[in-house]
Every structure is written in structure tokens, then in C-alpha cells.
Design a protein around this ligand. Structure first.
Ligand code: GDP
Length: 223
């Protein structure tokens, strides 16, 4: 590729990336049943009901790719989608739903933790946090797991349409403040809404840029 003289248009790159095909490829309920390592993976984690399925659907422009409104906490699976052969999107099980029996939520945690610790193709995790409430203790717990596994992650606030415009920058600032004690957190927070589409182009751009800059190399993201 010739040397770029203008900054790449990541928004356009993101639009193109997500305009291509996106297909379900695999659901794994056990860590010894993961699909073989392939293209770089971008995973989505968050508390049950945070709006994860809705955001994955908004990102990919599909209404029903990821299952929305499923029983919170019920799906104990990692769901893999192929994004145009360039990357995989991984929908992780929701955490922190009180009605999930402790033993079941622990086995969920085991699957998620095994995946996070041992997946060389995992490029970034988006930790989704309900924009109406900000970071909760179990979000910090998830981020501590990610810190310990040296997995790079970024926090994405959801349901931004329910946060008053006047409160949005304060919510972003307090979330950024909460990230300071986490070593592997990307120091940027994107406020999104699956309902209005706010922040979705920004998130696509983030993924396109990540794939362009760091595609494939786990070691390159450790710092
Ligand atoms: P998941 O359990 O994290 O996959 O969450 P879902 O995507 O199924 O959404 C959980 C609930 O939040 C549903 O009632 C959605 O309609 C609602 N929801 C999801 N995204 C948004 C959003 O951007 N704005 C608002 N206001 N509600 C949302």
C-alpha cells in the first residue's frame, strides 16, 4: 500500500466493513468446544439485559442476528459470527443476573474466563455498560478478569437515548474515571443507542481501525 497522505476515513471503513455479510457460525457451550482459531475476534460482554444483542444487531444492520429479549442469564454460550471473512464477532453470555443459580453462573463464568484467557485471536472485548447506571461492581469484576488476562477492552455505554443530553458527558467522564484503575482498559468511552443508532458508526469505525492496525496479533495489543 502506498503511504497515506490523508488520514484514513475510519467511519467509511467501518461502514463498509459492516455492510458486508455477517453470518452465525458457531455456538460454544463449553470451553473445550470452541471453534478453531481463525480471523481476529471482537467480543461483546456485559450484564444481562444491558442491550448487547440489540447493539450487535444495530452494528451489523440486522434485526435478528443476535437474539434479543431472551430470558436474561439463560444463554450460557459464546456465539460466533463471521464478519465478511475479516473478523469474528463473539456474543458472550450476560453476567450478573440474580436469578441464575450460583452454580450455573459460575459455570458461565468459567466458560467466559477460559475463553478470555486462552484465545490468541481475541483482539478486543467491548464491555457494554448500561448508560443509565454507569459502572457496577460486576462490571469492575469483569474488567479485573480482563486486566489479569491482558485482554484489551473498551467500555461502551448502551441505551444512550435514555440518558438526558445534559447528563451524557458527565456519565462518560465518570465512566472514564472508573476505568483509571484498570490497566487493560482503552481510555475512551463510546455512548451508543441501538434505538436511535447514536454511536453505532463510531463503534464500527473503532472496529475497522483496530482490524487495520492490529489485526491478528495478540502480542501487539498487550501494551
Ligand atoms: P441483552 O440481554 O444484553 O442482549 O439485551 P437486549 O438487547 O435483549 O435488550 C434488553 C432490553 O433493553 C430490551 O428490552 C431492549 O428493548 C432494551 N434496549 C436495548 N437497546 C436499547 C437502546 O438502545 N435504548 C433503549 N431505550 N432500550 C434498549
Amino acid at each position: 500500500m502506498s503511504e497515506a497522505t490523508v488520514a484514513p476515513d475510519w467511519t467509511e471503513a467501518g461502514r463498509k466493513l459492516f455492510a458486508g455479510s455477517c453470518e452465525f457460525i458457531f455456538a460454544a457451550a463449553r470451553s473445550d468446544g470452541l471453534p478453531p482459531v481463525g480471523p481476529p475476534e471482537i467480543a461483546f460482554a456485559g450484564r444481562s439485559n444491558v442491550g448487547k444483542s440489540s447493539l450487535v444487531n444495530a452494528l451489523t444492520g440486522r434485526n435478528s442476528l443476535a437474539r434479543t429479549s431472551r430470558t436474561p442469564g439463560r444463554t450460557q454460550e459464546l456465539i460466533f459470527f463471521d464478519l465478511n471473512g475479516r473478523a469474528r464477532l463473539v456474543d458472550m453470555p450476560g453476567y450478573g443476573y440474580a436469578a441464575v443459580a450460583k452454580s450455573k453462573s459460575e459455570s458461565w463464568g468459567e466458560l467466559a474466563r477460559d475463553y478470555l484467557r486462552g484465545r490468541p485471536s481475541l483482539l478486543r472485548v467491548f464491555v457494554l455498560v448500561d448508560g443509565r447506571h454507569g459502572l457496577k461492581e460486576n462490571d469492575h469484576e469483569t474488567m479485573r478478569t480482563l486486566d489479569a488476562a491482558a485482554v484489551s477492552y473498551a467500555v461502551v455505554l448502551t441505551k444512550g437515548d435514555e440518558v438526558k443530553a445534559a447528563d451524557q458527558s458527565a456519565r462518560i467522564a465518570s465512566t472514564l474515571e472508573g476505568l483509571r484503575k484498570h490497566v487493560a482498559a482503552y481510555p475512551e468511552v463510546i455512548l451508543t443507542s441501538a434505538r436511535t443508532g447514536d454511536g453505532v458508526a463510531e463503534l464500527r469505525a473503532h472496529v475497522a481501525r483496530l482490524l487495520a492496525e492490529r489485526g491478528g496479533s495478540r502480542t501487539a495489543i498487550a501494551g
